[in-house]
Design a protein around this ligand. Structure first.
Ligand SMILES: NC(=O)c1ccc[n+]([C@@H]2O[C@H](COP(=O)([O-])OP(=O)(O)OC[C@H]3O[C@@H](n4cnc5c(N)ncnc54)[C@H](OP(=O)(O)O)[C@@H]3O)[C@@H](O)[C@H]2O)c1
Length: 278
């Protein structure tokens, strides 16, 4: 049995869908299982798991051999919010965890992913660190309000990003879960080319057939905007730190691993266009 938590999310959903397509026995969880009704129809077992409610852990982990662990973006204190689930997974006899992490996590110890990797490394489970680059799907979330108004607005300067599509990440996560390693496996998973926000604006203008301007933004303005959208301070801090990582070139490296795992080229940024039109 393979368990996908965060199965309603950007990466959890395509992971679970890929596992189901490939015939794996899959359990998916959410805080509100009704949100996973379509996966139940595809044959997944659907259960409730809330990281804030440890009584939901043991039932969800029963019989599980492999687990996709996704840190909800709003959860920064992983020691309180996620370590108990990892301990429960060890207790329940889980063998392998695939953790959605970030490139060079060990060099960014201000990020919660570094602490999650360290926790897993110190324990008995075999593990795959899916060190995912910056998602193309961020254009559908964080940057969407601006894009709908014709502007790609960010404090990332000329920093380039090796944009990666979460549908590809889901396929890679499924591959790791279905063929778990002995010990530790670290995959840095990026898209096939590094593009600045200005270059993305130009590409999207081309495929969408409408002008998207790149609008640089100051950090104070960025933070004020996120706070104005109601984002909690913890999440603002992590999100802003990632913008700075981009600005200083930390998301620019293209890694060939994703294409090798998928056995085909990873999706380009243009693949997001249909979802942006929706
Ligand atoms: N955005 C990027 O560019 C990027 C790049 C690399 C890594 N990452 C990392 O990827 C992770 C986010 O992945 P994602 O974008 O796939 O997530 P997402 O789309 O934001 O979804 C978050 C998932 O977490 C679940 N969740 C939230 N609170 C929960 C709780 N208390 N208990 C159980 N589940 C809960 C949600 O499920 P329900 O609400 O349905 O329960 C949802 O499925 C973060 O750690 C982020 O740092 C992001």
């Amino acid at each position: 049995m393979l368990l996908v938590i965060g199965a309603t999310g950007n990466v959890g959903r395509p992971t679970a869908e890929t596992l189901l397509r490939r015939g794996a026995t899959v359990r998916v969880t959410a805080r509100d299982p009704a949100r996973l009704a379509s996966m139940a129809r595809e044959g997944a077992q659907v259960m409730r798991l809330d990281l804030g409610d440890p009584t939901t852990f043991a039932p969800a982990l029963e019989g599980v051999t492999g687990l996709l662990l996704v840190r909800p973006p709003e959860l920064s204190k992983v020691e309180e919010g996620m370590f108990p689930l990892i301990d429960a997974a060890v207790e329940a006899g889980v063998e392998h965890v695939a953790l959605l992490s970030v490139p060079a996590a060990e060099r960014h110890d201000f990020l919660p992913h570094a602490r999650l990797e360290a926790k897993l490394r110190a324990g008995p489970l075999s593990r795959t660190f899916l060190r995912a680059g910056f998602f193309s799907q961020n254009l559908l979330g964080l940057y969407r309000p601006g894009l709908d108004a014709g502007a790609l607005t960010a404090p990332t300067g000329d920093g380039k990003v090796a944009w990666v599509d979460t549908r590809d990440l889901g396929e890679a996560a499924a591959a790791a879960l279905m063929s778990p390693p002995q010990g530790e496996q670290v995959w840095t998973l990026t898209g096939p080319e590094a593009l600045s926000f200005a270059e993305v604006a130009a590409r999207l203008s081309g495929v969408l057939g409408r002008k998207i301007r790149h609008t640089p933004q100051s950090l104070p303005r960025w933070i004020t905007t996120l706070r104005g959208q109601g984002m909690p301070w913890d999440q603002v801090a992590v999100t802003t730190a990632l913008q700075l990582v981009i600005r200083f070139g930390g998301e620019a490296v293209v890694d060939p691993t994703l294409g090798q795992v998928l056995g085909r080229p990873a999706r380009r940024i243009e693949a997001i266009a249909d979802e942006l039109r929706a």
